[in-house]
Design a protein. Structure first.
Length: 200
């Protein structure tokens, strides 16, 4: 089965491949956006991660006819009422400026004591099939917000996030294999992989 991954992020494509392999899901050929005819990027105007993931998955099916998987993810900070949330990638105004987003979040949380710096990475993966069936899987990775960026791996808010189930390192200090074992996206993708195995 060909499966379109509705993302321009090559790291997400590799991550899904690793998770499918680890789950023993065979016969799935991942197709990137660069391998299909270009289509208009849908407006992610949903109020939730699930809304936005489904918007992207539905657009992929509509324009290519291929089963499509898409994800929406971000950081939910308890002290900020769950924000940046769906606005994570554009928290500072522009889209995808990781450094500016991190600076703004650190400034907003500057005076917040350690005991109130709880945060969670949230990922929702959506699979849309040509016949209209839709499957949604959510993963959460609980942790706390650090006071300065630490680590060079990953992207987004990884340098500011220390997982509760870890050893104190930020998620930007973890290897891809360590992240696969517990990250929000890994958990959501693993749930999706189990469902893919049933329909493939």
């Amino acid at each position: 089965m060909k499966l379109l991954v509705a993302s321009n992020n090559a790291k997400k494509l590799r991550e899904l491949r690793r998770i499918l392999d680890a789950a023993g899901v065979a016969g799935v050929e991942l197709v990137s956006l660069s391998e299909v005819d270009a289509y208009p990027e849908p407006v992610e105007d949903g109020r939730t991660f699930a809304d936005n993931a489904l918007i992207k998955a539905r657009a992929g099916v509509a324009h290519t006819g291929l089963p499509t998987v898409a994800d929406d993810s971000g950081l939910a900070v308890e002290e900020l009422g769950g924000m940046p949330g769906v606005l994570s990638a554009r928290w500072s105004g522009g889209h995808g400026d990781d450094e500016a987003n991190n600076r703004l979040l650190l400034a907003q949380m500057g005076d917040v004591p350690d005991e109130r710096r709880a945060a969670a990475f949230v990922s929702v993966c959506a699979l849309a099939l040509p016949g209209g069936e839709e499957i949604v899987s959510e993963g959460r990775w609980e942790g706390r917000l650090l006071r300065e960026p630490v680590g060079e791996n990953g992207f987004g808010y990884d340098p500011l996030f220390a997982p509760l189930d870890g050893d104190g390192r930020s998620s930007a200090q973890l290897s891809p294999e360590e992240k696969d074992a517990s990250s929000h996206r890994a958990r959501a993708l693993a749930g999706l992989a189990r469902k893919l195995a049933l329909i493939n």
